[in-house]
Design a protein around this ligand. Structure first.
Ligand code: NCD
Length: 342
């Protein structure tokens, strides 16, 4: 396998990812996509290494996807779930992480409902001089880097199936619709898509998309000596976001937000912001629909669109997840051999 430039020990956020790093992830993931299309889908890359999946929050696809990715790379995997662990006996999260370190863990994949937990564990691992790489698998409302990277692979594959590159994204219009304020998926996607030159149009009711939200994304993208403004637009109505869009990414409406009175009802949300066949007529004729899952069928998106194989990339997103996570574990697993400063 060709080696693409990489110098990160941890992947916590995509905020400071450079276009060249997205290209490295994409190219590495494409190689693993080839591996996954073979009869024998396993490679010995991480043989003898231990990958610990520390999921302090429920997850179906992300946890299974990381586990399968690690297994395809021949790593030994440890799976942690809080219900059956010593957390219920009062152990702190850092002590849990140190327990896994003492067992010889090389890479930790961490999901937690608190923003900043993977970063704190990464700092502690560095302080101890452990050499362990920490990968954020979703922290609170902060970030979900591997989801945005699998979305990137899915989009590039759709745009240019023969030879996908991040340059295919330049000037493309991507609408992100739904509970943006609380979404770590939206945040990570905003960093990655804008860094690759796409225009991101956000659409949601004002309670789920305050105008100040995009201020964080006003910092330019730096590539060498060049600096380019990120293209982010806010809409409180769906139609302008959908107009001529190349991709529509719907986000899960977090029902738990309803109790905070941020939305009148799911029915009203669907009437104003639900993705329907009628509404996507305004999009580019080649439009594709995406959703990170889990989905509330008939709320964010109609059931019929979700299941339309010509329009929906949802299944492809899940499949891309394994290749991308293999790429991330592979790139980070190389940390044992190289000088990694980040
Ligand atoms: C997302 C998550 O957990 O952040 N799902 C996922 O990882 N595929 C989105 C969500 O829960 O709505």
């Amino acid at each position: 396998m060709t080696n693409f430039p990489w110098n990160r020990r941890h992947i916590i956020s995509l905020e400071d990812f450079a276009p060249s790093e997205y290209e490295s992830v994409l190219k590495t993931a494409l190689s693993f996509q080839d591996v996954l299309s073979r009869r024998n889908k396993k490679v010995p890359t991480l043989q003898g290494q231990v990958v610990a999946n520390l999921f302090f929050e429920p997850s179906t696809r992300t946890r299974s996807s990381f586990e399968l990715a690690a297994k395809r790379l021949s790593a030994d995997t440890l799976n942690f779930s809080p219900g059956s662990s010593s957390l219920s006996k009062g152990e702190t999260i850092l002590d849990t992480a140190k327990t896994y370190l003492a067992m010889g863990t090389d890479l930790m994949v961490i999901r937690h409902k608190g923003s900043g937990v993977p970063a704190t564990i990464a700092q502690e691992m560095d302080r101890l001089g452990s050499g362990v790489g920490v990968l954020n698998a979703g922290d609170g409302q902060h970030e979900h880097p591997s989801q945005a990277l699998l979305d990137l692979l899915t989009i590039c594959n759709a745009l240019n199936p023969k030879q996908p590159t991040i340059d295919d994204l330049r000037g493309k219009k991507i609408a992100i619709v739904g509970d943006i304020l609380h979404s770590r998926v939206a945040r990570s996607n905003l960093w990655s898509l804008t860094a690759c030159g796409a225009q991101v149009h956000l659409a949601a009711p004002p309670t789920l998309l305050p105008k100040a939200f995009i201020e964080a994304f006003s910092q330019p993208i730096r590539t060498g000596s060049r600096s380019v403004q990120r293209q982010v637009f806010v809409h409180w109505q769906l139609e302008p976001a959908l107009k001529d869009a190349d991709f529509v990414m719907a986000l899960r409406l977090q029902k738990e937000r309803m109790s905070a009175h941020l939305l009148p009802s799911l029915r009203e949300y669907h009437q104003r912001f639900g993705i329907t066949r009628d509404r996507i007529q305004k999009c580019a004729s080649t439009v594709k629909i995406m959703h990170p899952g889990p989905t509330n069928r008939g709320v964010e998106i109609t059931s019929e669109l979700m299941d339309d194989p010509h329009l929906s990339l949802i299944g492809k997103q899940v499949a891309s997840g394994v290749a991308v996570r293999m790429a991330l574990l592979y790139l980070m697993g190389g940390s044992k051999n190289g000088d990694l400063s980040r």
